[in-house]
Ligand binder design. Structure first.
Ligand code: PRT
Ligand code: ZN
Length: 213
């Protein structure tokens, strides 16, 4: 039986197109039917799994998948033993603190004793600890930007791209907590056969990148 490298990518969302494009540009022939959850490349020893992005770090840690493509923000939040193999230059964004536009924000100490709504509690915890600030963290999974407006929190920490969502919710961006882009993550223990396939794929990705520049 030939060894296949299992790659987990997002099933649908902001990472999906870039992830598929990357694999296809690297010469992998893959079909992606709408309801398909798994597919094998026709010309390369790779199997692609289509999953929710939040689940990918766990699948990789459990070695159900060998590698995955996720946002660096999700990689950092999930804190698994996985390794960051390569930054991919797409789905770029930042994770930022934002507060209501009327507030006179004077620096991170402003957050002392406040309540912060976020989908990234671990990253926020680390950020606050680093700045010696004690604040409450209110974890919510979506629509984080409305939290201050409905009295759920004093501030938020969420993904920002253009900033228009913050603007339309009356918020101002006050701290960049981290920059993010799509990254390849891998389990720390890959068999030599799988490592060889991954190295070949990484070589192709690098070649595509050079050809573009
Ligand atoms: O269904 P699944 O769980 O797989 O997907 P998801 O809904 O959790 O994730 P998805 O597809 O929204 O985002 C996947 C990844 O894309 C994120 O983890 C980030 O790494 C990256 N990314 C890049 C973004 C954005 N840009 C982005 N703009 N993720 C989210 N947003 C949100 C942002 O939170 C804001 O609410 O888009 C909204 C608009 O942003 P503005 O600043 O352009 O207005
Ligand atoms: Zn998600």
């Amino acid at each position: 039986m030939t060894t296949l490298l299992r790659i987990a990518i997002q099933k649908s969302g902001r990472l999906q197109e870039g992830s598929l494009e990357l694999l296809k540009e690297s010469g992998l022939s893959i079909s992606n039917g709408k309801d398909q959850l798994k597919t094998q490349a026709r010309n390369f020893p790779v199997e692609v799994l289509f999953l929710r992005d939040d689940d990918i770090p766990q699948y990789v840690e459990d070695q159900v998948a060998d590698v995955g493509i996720v946002g660096e923000n999700v990689f950092a939040e999930k804190k698994k033993d996985n390794q960051l193999i390569k930054r991919l230059d797409f789905s770029k964004c930042r994770l930022s603190m934002a507060v209501p536009r009327g507030e006179n924000y004077t620096g991170v100490q402003w957050l002392q004793g406040k309540n912060i709504a976020t989908s990234y509690p671990n990253i926020v915890k680390d950020f606050l600890a680093k700045h010696n600030v004690q604040a409450g963290i209110h974890e919510i999974s979506g629509s984080v930007e409305i939290a201050p407006g409905i009295g759920l929190a004093d501030a938020i920490c969420d993904i920002v791209s253009t900033g228009s969502t913050l603007l339309s919710n009356g918020l101002q961006e006050v701290e960049i907590v981290m920059q993010s882009e799509a990254v390849i993550i891998a389990s720390p223990t890959l068999s030599p056969e799988k490592q060889k396939i991954l190295d070949k794929l990484l070589f192709r990705i690098e070649a595509v990148k050079k050809a573009k520049n």
